[in-house]
Write a protein that binds this ligand. Structure first.
Ligand code: NAD
Ligand code: ZN
Length: 256
């Protein structure tokens, strides 16, 4: 299937749907310069993730986690929403898609202009930090200044607790409210579109299955195969930007 045909098939499914949900993974952001995890150039090639329990129990693990965070910070700060993000924003704007469920922590859906109430962040947000004890928000720039001087992250200014990027690490509890919202959106939709997720990180990867089981059509767009390809109604092994970009100019009938 060529790119134009694939894009048209997706547009037809979106137009026929009454409530679509978009589910995004790191692949929607690679065009912006933020590497994903599992592609050949992905972050896992060099760094195994640091488990939450190690982060909490070991100052060395915390130092390494923050070192990695700041090593990548320039990429995150310079990243702009991709063609995929802009197309998803257009779908939300037209009322074709009701919610974005994202595994990403890069804030690029918000940067594309989508109302935060429509974005369900399963793995938190990496553009700020939070205290693990009292929950107070802390800005990365301040932590970065101290880390640069001392090679150690500061403690929480309110309670001296441990500061961590406001993301969900392996071994850390999933955010309850976001999980509930994601489940409700998956059950309510009639079309579930997965963009750039390897669909191996659970429980996030269960939502396409939840949607499919409750009767929604499933679309998977990824340049590689995924384990859920066999249950999908449409699988497109192409670049997300190439497929999604034409949807920006589709002239959707805006729904209320
Ligand atoms: P992943 O790295 O496991 O998978 C990304 C998938 O996207 C791969 O299957 C790859 O083939 C595909 N892909 C990459 N670029 C593509 C493109 N341009 N077009 C089509 N397909 C493309 O990512 P994941 O499934 O999201 O899981 C990784 C976890 O790591 C996430 O849960 C997230 O929390 C975190 N993470 C987030 C970011 C981010 O916020 N941008 C980046 C890396 C990792
Ligand atoms: Zn605190």
């Amino acid at each position: 299937m060529d790119v134009i045909t694939a894009s048209k098939k997706l547009a037809d499914l979106l137009e026929a749907s009454t409530q679509a949900v978009v589910f995004t993974g790191a692949g929607i952001s690679t065009e912006s310069g933020i590497p994903d995890f599992r592609s050949p150039t992905g972050l896992w090639k060099n760094n195994m993730p640091i488990d939450f329990r190690d982060f909490v129990s070991s100052p060395q693990a915390r130092q390494e986690a923050w070192r990695r965070k700041f090593a990548l910070e320039e990429k995150f700060l310079n990243a702009k929403p991709t063609r995929g993000h802009m197309a998803v924003a257009a779908l939300i704007d037209a009322g074709i898609a009701s919610r974005i469920i994202t595994q990403n922590i890069d804030n690029l859906h918000q940067a594309s202009g989508v109302d935060t109430a429509k974005i369900i962040e399963l793995h938190g947000n990496g553009t700020y930090a939070a205290c693990l004890d009292c929950g107070k928000r802390h800005e990365l720039a301040w932590i970065g200044e101290i880390f640069k001087k001392t090679e150690r992250p500061p403690d929480c200014t309110a309670c001296a607790g441990i500061l961590k990027a406001a993301t969900i690490s392996f071994g850390q509890a999933m955010p309850e409210l976001q999980m509930k919202h994601a489940e409700a959106a998956s059950l309510a939709c009639d079309l579930f579109v997965v963009l750039g997720s390897s669909l191996v990180v659970y429980p996030a990867a269960a939502f396409p299955v939840v949607a499919k089981r409750s009767g929604a059509k499933l679309v998977i767009i990824n340049r590689e195969e995924t384990e859920l390809d066999p249950i999908a109604d449409l699988v497109i092994h192409e670049d997300i930007g190439e497929i999604m970009h034409p949807l920006c100019d589709f002239g959707w009938d805006t729904r209320s």
